[in-house]
Write a protein that binds this ligand. Structure first.
Ligand code: ADE
Ligand code: ZN
Length: 317
């Protein structure tokens, strides 16, 4: 183990942008669907572009047909987070897909809560809907999220395709969730330009999922800095889905140097052959983040967590 690897492993961390359904290892997919070969599962986790990734994500989610499948993938995920010294996680559940498939969200959420209660990791949940599935589904997800607001759900989000589901559709939905005490975490500025981040800010975003397009807009970077709204940066995700042409082109350093608050995250780790520690390591090796800067990013992960105040911020940060 290199010294940097050891340093990152030892850092206490929070994970704020992580999709439960995107966290399945190919081996777990095979366990859930024994008709699948490991090779097939691994091939499904390679894509040429963002549309290819979304298609694979939907393919993987469709393997989950019972609450016990959700419990299994949560257990595996929480084990891996604990191994990486992740103390706190806000995990996104694609509740929109569950409702769209007419599955029993109450039973699934109950199974997840039971798994989370057994883990040493402090877990909260983000319910998200899929932009391109429209506003009606999003409103239904929002209502279910509010229903569980006292029971582990802390935020509502929208993911999926920014081009096919513009922010302006979702104003009333976010107004409703915010009125009811939930925080707002839309994905934005991932596949389209800075205007999408401005539009997400108009929705009342408390954090932005990805938001890397902000690097193209000085005024937007200034605004994020002054309003103290962080970007949930997922470097490997952006490279694997082709939204940046190569690792070298990723704007993480530019955003950081401009004073934009950022947090490092893994998004859908096995789907991008990464881990949270791997993302910190990429920041160090490819973008020159020093140990002090990495410590600051780990501190950010607690600072921008919605419930971090209930826990002491780890004293070594
Ligand atoms: N769902 C899972 N991961 C996603 C991502 N990176 N962007 C949009 N939707 C997603
Ligand atoms: Zn995401």
């Amino acid at each position: 183990m290199s010294a940097m690897h050891k340093f990152i492993q030892a850092l206490p961390k929070a994970e704020l942008h992580l999709h439960l359904e995107g966290s399945m290892e190919p081996e777990t997919l095979v366990e859930i669907d024994p008709a699948l070969s490991l090779g097939e599962a691994q091939r499904m986790y390679r894509y040429a572009d963002f549309a290819g990734f979304l298609a694979s994500y939907v393919w993987a989610v469709r393997k989950l047909t019972e609450p016990k499948h959700y419990a299994l993938i949560a257990r595996r995920l929480l084990e891996r987070l604990h191994q990486q010294n992740v103390l706190y996680a806000e995990i996104t559940l694609s509740a929109g897909v569950i409702l769209w498939r007419q599955q029993n969200l109450a039973e699934i959420y109950q199974a997840l809560r039971e798994e989370a209660a057994k883990s040493p990791v402090q877990v909260y949940w983000v319910f998200d809907s899929v932009r391109q599935f429209g506003v009606e589904l999003a409103q239904t997800v929002a209502e279910r999220a509010v229903e569980y607001a006292g029971d582990g759900v802390v935020a509502f989000g929208i993911g999926g395709d920014e081009e096919k589901g513009p922010a302006k559709w979702f104003h009333e939905v976010f107004a409703f969730t915010k009125r009811n005490g939930l925080r707002a975490v839309p994905h934005a500025g991932e596949t389209v330009g800075p205007q999408s981040v401005w539009d997400a800010l108009d929705l009342g975003a408390d954090r932005i999922g990805h938001g890397i397009a902000a690097a193209q807009d000085e005024a937007l970077m200034r605004h994020l800095r002054n309003a103290n709204i962080p970007l949930e940066i997922c470097i490997s995700s952006n490279v694997c889905t082709g939204v940046v042409p190569s690792l070298r082109d990723h704007p993480v350093r530019r955003l950081y140097d401009a004073g934009v608050p950022i947090v490092l995250n893994s998004d859908d780790p096995p789907m991008f052959q990464t881990t949270l520690n791997g993302e910190y390591e990429i920041a160090a090796r490819h973008f020159g983040f020093t140990e002090n800067e990495l410590r600051g990013l780990a501190a950010n992960s607690f600072r921008y967590a919605f419930r971090y105040r209930q826990y002491p911020v780890p004293s070594n940060l």
